[in-house]
Design a protein around this ligand. Sequence first.
Ligand SMILES: Cc1cc2nc3c(=O)[nH]c(=O)nc-3n(C[C@H](O)[C@H](O)[C@H](O)COP(=O)(O)O)c2cc1C
Length: 246
Amino acid sequence: MKSVMQTLKDHVSIREFIDKPIEDDLLMELIDTARRSPTSSNMQAYSFVVIRDRQRIKHIASLAGNQKWIENAAAFIAICADTYRLQKAAEIHEKNLAKNFENFLVSSVDAALVGMSLSLAAESVGLGTTMVGGIRNRPIEVARFLELPEGVYVVFGLAIGWPDWQRVKPKKPRLPQEAVTHQETYSAKGLEKHIEDYDHVLYDYYTMTGRKSPKAAWSGIIARRFSEGRRPHLKKDLEELGFILK
Ligand SMILES: Cc1cc2nc3c(=O)[nH]c(=O)nc-3n(C[C@H](O)[C@H](O)[C@H](O)COP(=O)(O)O)c2cc1C
């Protein structure tokens, strides 16, 4: 088992898996370990839905934007924000859970924390993972497929399996540390230069790994993919699933 520091230092998203299952006991131990994560006010406002049936993983891959590589994962774990259990707890005392933006945010943060912990625990024992935000492309169909009750949505999925190291790409470089770390107060000094430098570094990385990219490999993709605002349906869909976003 690798240390936390080493596991984080070695992280790379794994989308290339060998055909080998994950033992039940190991998967449950990983989930149980992730459950030690801090959680806002001890609400534990999350749930895991573990999918291992091959046909169901295939369907999940199609729901998550037709990401074919997911089909080869040993398991897909839907990391859900869960306010349903909180509502049930409130009902025991003849109350209702407040439906507000805070509860949406708290449950989403709780889910992100356990999801990250699960990924980290899995990577520490040699498994490979990739988080799958594409699962938010069609939240209502996903909720139906997983039979989620009201007040639960999938924040992201975790595709997990044993890596096929021969096909795994090298680690993706990050923005320079100074671009994301500020001392005492936020400083945007030199930011344009940091972005320009990173555009070059990432372009070289994409060229080396055979991926086509614009010359401005980071800022160009950010501008192209995110200036329009992705998933415009999301707010309405999440409201339909029982979350209040105002
Ligand atoms: C919340 C979240 C959602 C993501 N969704 C996807 C996804 O749908 N498909 C995918 O291939 N990678 C997805 N990723 C993986 C990122 O693309 C990846 O972490 C990032 O490019 C950095 O690469 P690295 O993890 O290999 O260092 C997601 C990552 C996060 C944190």
